[in-house]
Ligand binder design. Structure first.
Ligand code: DHE
Length: 559
């Protein structure tokens, strides 16, 4: 059973809900107020990311009392007595399941596990809403636009700057891709998640899991946060307006709780509009907590693609008239999560992870192009595009729950690819990998394809990445042990090799070696041509590095 924890939410984030949580009458088993408070905190930190605040289930199973008290234990089909229900739940929490639930026996004490078993048989608490006024009240501009530089004031090669998530310190490190020096460490949201770039490449937007959105101005002599907005209590995604004429004009951030998205000014983060995502699933059932998963910005229309996890609805949000917002709602499949553009940037491919499907949206026509069945728990990150020697343009996704990387043929308006039409939107190849993959990556200038496996239960595999030669995908992969290559002393705990990211010129691949909060972590930089280590970036301040976002590649969606 995996000892790796994908969804560890920060304690401070729970504090955001604090005592404002609505108290619902406790169902059996009974718990004291203190026990309930402790369990609520643990639930929010460890469980909500996958199961949802209201426990309706998404990546993880539904955990409402009607289910948690009806566990198939053989003797308690009717009413499931408390004792037996708790025992079974304790086992699941302790040791995990084959269905993808990880074990918590190395994170939670026995008492905490039995507390959680009781807690999830109680009715979930409903956290408070977050209004436009709350959002507006949280808005801070540290450096007004008029006081910002009118040109780049530093000598950095901004194109090749990397914004690196330092997950557990709630910071991003801005690392110079040319010199590999840390240029600035910037305080951002708690358990900070992703960075995205403005169209011009000047501004970095960083979203924390606590909903804090930070705007960093890369033109300052020492890049720093110039504005901040709390967009909700729990968030994962952000993007900017990338259509011609809207450079740096708007930003959009998605919230898990409350389920809504916020549109704001791109250079100040002043909130302009909040839109709720509550509504019907593709199966026609009302869902009270449809969380906003990935968001991407179109370059061919003034539109964002906003993926709503629980409902399986993909929204094309037209930002040309924010007051009279027009949205196209595309039905796909439930549990939308992460995704990216195809090479032509006309089609957006997104994983409906717990449905084991990939949805492809044709953003030119505003329609679903295809819904493709794939193996268990696809997790593309943004995916990876390349021209397959036999099948033409393909987009790739890895899988958390299967031992393959799936290649899907993508349609193209380019006549030279017309001969591959018969393959479009089909799985054309499954390349053998190991389960526990989170991210895949290649680059238009590269001949290599990289995939990590940080969620694999084997330490050796979690600390390694696999590399394919795209000219001959039948060749065995080269397995690179990033932990060994880092030269750092071996640790008992796993240091996950995660998230390959290319330099702007496509010649280097950066991989995070993600250790515990008190371990020395590193970023190991490989020469993409020779697959040899070029540099190990390590520093006492480099704590829990995970996602890395190269300015140029993120700005132009190159992957
Ligand atoms: Fe992520 C992207 C949600 C856990 C690292 N993650 C995303 C996106 C979503 C998401 C919706 C797409 C954003 C977009 O493109 O707009 N992530 C979630 C979760 O709900 C989940 C499963 C559990 C949780 O409680 O947060 C989760 N994610 C993690 C991690 O534990 C990871 C591995 C480490 C970390 O830093 O937290 C992690 N997620 C990432 C990264 C991306 C990401 C690096 C961006 C990939 C890219 O290349 O763009």
């Amino acid at each position: 059973v995996s000892s790796l924890k994908y969804a560890l939410l920060p304690a401070a984030l729970f504090g955001a809900f604090g005592s404002a949580l609505a108290q619902t009458p406790a169902a059996s088993p009974t718990m004291t107020a203190d026990e309930k408070a402790q369990a609520k905190k643990i639930y929010f930190e460890r469980c909500a990311g996958c199961h949802g605040v209201l426990r309706k289930g998404a990546t993880g199973k539904n955990l409402e009392p009607h289910w948690s008290k009806k566990l198939p234990d053989g003797s308690t089909q009717e009413g499931g007595t408390l004792k037996l229900g708790s025992n079974r739940l304790e086992k699941i929490i302790s040791y995990g399941t084959d269905g993808g639930m990880v074990n918590f026996d190395d994170i939670l004490s026995k008492d905490e596990i039995s507390l959680m078993a009781k807690y999830i048989q109680n009715t979930p608490d409903v956290p408070p809403e977050y209004s436009f006024k709350d959002t507006m009240d949280s808005w801070k501009v540290m450096v007004p636009v008029k006081d910002r530089p009118t040109k780049q004031m530093n000598k950095f090669n901004l194109k090749n700057m990397f914004s690196v998530t330092l997950r557990d310190t709630g910071e991003v490190a801005l690392i110079d891709g040319d010199t590999k020096e840390i240029r600035s460490i910037v305080k951002t949201g708690y358990a900070v998640h992703i960075s995205r770039l403005s169209k011009s490449g000047r501004y970095v937007y960083v979203i924390g899991r606590d909903g804090r959105l930070s705007l960093i101005d890369l033109w300052m002599e020492k890049p720093a946060v110039v504005a901040e907005l709390k967009i909700g209590f729990d968030a994962r995604s952000v993007d900017t307006s990338k259509f011609k004429g809207y450079d740096d004009k708007y930003a959009i951030a998605g919230s898990y709780w409350p389920p809504q998205y916020v549109i704001m000014d791109g250079d100040t983060l002043k909130p302009l509009k909040i839109v709720s995502t509550r509504g019907m699933t593709v199966d026609g059932e009302y869902h009270p907590e449809p969380r906003v998963a990935s968001i991407v910005s179109s370059e061919i229309k003034p539109e964002w693609v906003v993926n709503i996890k629980e409902t399986g609805q993909i929204l094309l949000v037209d930002y040309s008239d924010i007051k009279n917002l027009k949205t196209t709602t595309i039905e796909s499949a439930k549990f939308l999560h992460d995704g990216g553009w195809d090479a032509s940037k006309r089609y957006f491919l997104v994983a409906a992870n717990a449905s084991n499907k990939i949805a492809a949206v044709d953003t030119k026509l505003g329609k679903l192009a295809a819904l493709i069945d794939v193996k268990k728990l696809p997790h593309p990150g943004r995916g990876a595009n390349f021209v397959h020697p036999q099948f033409g343009p393909v987009w790739a996704t890895g899988h958390l729950g299967a031992d393959v990387v799936t290649l899907i043929s993508t349609a193209s308006d380019d006549k030279k690819f017309a001969k591959y039409k018969e393959h479009n939107w089909k799985v054309v190849q499954e390349m053998k990998h190991v389960p526990g993959n989170l991210f895949v990556k290649t680059h238009p200038k590269s001949k290599h394809f990289w995939a990590d496996s940080p969620q694999n239960p084997e330490k050796e595999l979690a600390e390694s990445v696999a590399v394919w030669d795209m000219a001959d995908l039948s060749k065995p992969t080269k397995i690179i042990n990033v932990a060994k290559d880092s030269g750092l002393p071996e640790t008992k705990a796993t240091r996950r090799a995660v998230h390959p990211e290319y330099s702007a010129d496509g010649k280097e691949v950066w991989i995070s070696l993600w250790g515990g909060k008190t371990d020395q972590s590193a970023i190991v930089v490989y020469d993409d041509a020779t697959l040899k280590v070029k540099k190990v970036i390590t520093d006492p301040k480099m704590i829990t590095p995970t996602g890395k976002f190269n300015v140029y590649n993120t700005q132009h969606d190159i992957y």
